[in-house]
Design a protein around this ligand. Sequence first.
Ligand code: SF4
Length: 417
Amino acid sequence: MCSTALADGPWEFDAKEPGYGPGASMWDVLPSDAPRQGSLPREYREASKAELDSRILAAKAELGERLVILGHFYQRDEVVKYADFVGDSFQLAQATKTRPQAEAIVFCGVHFMAETAEMLSGPEQRVILPNLAAGCSMADMADLDSVLDCWEQLEEVYGKEPDAQGRVPVIPVTYMNSSAALKGFCGERGGIVCTSSNASAVLKWAFERGQRVLFFPDQHLGRNTGKAMGVPLEQMPMWNPNKELGGSDAQTLRDARVLLWHGFCSVHKRFTVGQIKAARERYAGVRVIVHPECPMEVVDAADESGSTDYIRRAIESTTEPTVFAIGTEINLVQRLANENPQHTIFCLDSIVCPCSTMYRIHPGYLAWVLEALVRGEVLNRITVPEQVATHARVALERMLSVLPPAVKASPAKLGPA
Ligand code: SF4
């Protein structure tokens, strides 16, 4: 384990120093305005696993079709087992549309995912995040003020006029792992949202409309995608919001094709080329698959890279017993290993270090919000101001318009857990 505090209940972290809590993001700096979770009533903190289990199941049965529980791939098993749908952030947001009768959507994931579900759900539906401190350190690395400041500086360098082909100077592209405010920023300025499974299609869309792209918050997904599309590294400078012109000079910015925000995922940053070498030494013929949020040299050293859904499908569609070394969050890797015993599946990183913020969702919080719903109380509701949501939906709809038809036709459903 990367921290012995992982053995504590997540309510212990809220009472201590503000931070992301134990796990991969524990060294990242929590923004001062990040949502905090108030204390969890003692009865939920002190309940045994068996008691929480029977209370959650009883509340679920009582709420019936009025409730849908969504569980992200990276969520711990003792929470995922209650989910009606399990998937990645976009699949889960889409899943809300398949249950229009559900008045309450309990999102066992992190804050930006619940915001997206809120924007894509019906007006009568309520989206609930069981623990408000379940944010995302990567999403927090790009805030609206810093992006607005960047945009202003870019406009000074590029101007606002399109070129002879009608392409504007720069198109903003935000990864799904970002706040609703940033999705709204993109929607309002001709930009778009992407996921890890459609980033190259989205960049292609953006290059048809703009001379270059401002990609945030994940530098690695942007760099890996741009590189795979043939964009030279020297035309993908990093934008550091703490420096004038992002730390570049005006000529570098003019030559750029993809401007990379300096964000990263602390879960995927843990994977290294050394781990891949060690896996290859230990298992001849091992198939190494990593997530594109990993650093470029790790993606280059792997056999394949792809989204969580890509990884899942790659394993499940392999019929011959195979050894897989996987570079993504430990809860998903362990679940895939349990579900596919015909294969040998292990995480490239031998230290158990989950996503700190996914880890904040504990069965105690789930029981707390579900029992409140039974009483008619909505706790921890996630809302997005309509003005922001209107623009953010534009950016999300643009993303949907570039998705392959097969993906559009099968939103979200990976099956009940
Ligand atoms: S795995 Fe990384 S990007 Fe995903 S929620 Fe955790 S910190 Fe955020």
